[in-house]
Ligand binder design. Structure first.
Ligand code: OSB
Ligand code: MG
Length: 370
């Protein structure tokens, strides 16, 4: 069977979030991304490039991903027979970086592979569960009181694990307030690289709050200082930004820079790279969990399939659709079960169908390449 790529269409979209989302690198009220539509031999595959409008999380933006996809990635696969994700990765070897752009295309290829073979992504990956444990990532709030209120709403709606975004000045007292209000909840924090080693002592009170983990306290390209940070803390350090390939995961493991890894397949360069990182961590008895990038239903379906793998031991940042969007671009909406889980899609490919009217209404630019 062949899988000749006939056309690639890029949909640069912007969707209003149900509530603003603030991290140490900025505040978003709209979420931008690029939806990738690939036609091949009578089938349509969909993918999501999670680059956002500014380079706060990653150097890639929707603005850099559009020409990278058009001028460099698409020409390497158009009219070609793409056998599988590894064959796609081999073709990308000459393009340095741009993982978010590559990952969006790889996702669409997986969707096509699944649809062609009548298998869900979970089946293709060898997933071990039909539902995955999830939590909610709570943006920075103006005061500890406001944060406790916001967390209370999420706990009431059923989230059994809460992640708090922190930044200098809005860290220890904010986290202490939530811990005091919820003595038993599974709680963790994410700094998105807002600190340096000089701040480690001021963050030390976090070590008394029984947190699951402290995510990416230091620079986005650092591994070694995270080793020094981890040595000072009992709470496990979890790396997000710093792990940009399975190779970086190995560096972090060998350097003892973290005890947990946040897997975002996009940051690693694609779902295949996420799976490799999962397998490597598993060999070293290091738990992983699935991070999120405020995905649409397309990327959410992909994350759920990935998180069905056995070493995704901690709950993922894969919340229900209504936590992000009033109207999504997939007909399917993901709902939170009473046990703080979300069902893994089980239809062929990603297992979602596109609401073309919604997609059109959010589109800023559409570019067909063939
Ligand atoms: O660091 O995990 C992060 C969103 C955008 C960029 C970076 C991060 C996040 C989140 C959101 O935490 C997680 C979600 O999709 O719910
Ligand atoms: Mg993070």
């Amino acid at each position: 069977m062949t899988m000749k790529i006939e056309s690639i269409t890029l949909h640069h979209i912007s969707m209003p979030l149900v509530a603003p989302f603030e991290t140490s690198f900025g505040r978003e009220t709209e979420r931008e991304c690029i939806i990738i539509e690939i036609h091949s031999e009578g089938l349509v595959g969909w993918g999501e490039c999670v680059a956002s409008y500014n380079p706060g999380y990653s150097y890639e933006t929707t603005g850099t991903a559009m020409p990278t996809l058009r001028d460099f990635i698409a020409p390497l696969i158009l009219s070609k027979d793409i056998k599988d994700a590894l064959n796609f990765q081999e073709r990308m070897a000459g393009i340095r970086g741009h993982h978010l752009a590559k990952a969006g295309v790889e996702m669409a290829i997986w969707d096509l592979l699944g649809k062609r073979g009548g298998k869900s992504l979970k089946q293709l990956f060898g997933g071990a569960r039909d539902k995955v444990e999830v939590g909610v990532s709570v943006g920075i709030q103006e005061s500890p009181g406001k944060l406790v209120e916001t967390v209370t709403d999420f706990v009431k709606s059923g989230y059994a694990r809460v992640k708090l975004k922190i930044k200098p000045g809005k860290d220890v007292t904010f986290t202490q307030a939530v811990r005091a209000a919820f003595p038993d909840i599974r709680l963790q924090v994410d700094a998105n690289s807002a600190y340096s080693m000089d701040d480690a002592d001021s963050l030390k009170p976090l070590d008394d709050l029984n947190l699951l983990l402290i995510e990416q306290p230091l620079f986005e390209d650092d591994i070694w200082d995270h080793h020094k940070f981890q040595a000072k803390f009992n709470t496990p350090v979890c790396l997000d930004e710093s792990i940009v390939s399975p190779r970086h995961a190995r560096y972090a493991i060998e350097m003892k820079a973290c005890k947990i890894i946040n897997i975002k397949p996009a940051r690693l360069g694609g779902l295949s790279q996420g799976i490799q990182t999962h397998d490597l961590a598993q060999e070293h008895n290091m738990p992983v969990w699935c991070g999120g990038m405020l995905e649409t239903g397309i990327g959410r379906a992909s994350n759920l399939a990935l998180a069905s793998l056995p070493n995704f031991i901690l709950p993922g940042d894969v919340s229900a659709s209504d936590r992000y969007y009033t109207r999504d671009i997939t007909h399917e909406r993901f709902v939170l079960n009473a046990d703080s889980t979300i069902d893994v899609p089980n239809k062929p490919g990603l297992g979602v169908t596109i609401d073309e009217d919604a997609l059109k209404s959010y589109t800023k630019t559409k570019l067909a390449i063939n």
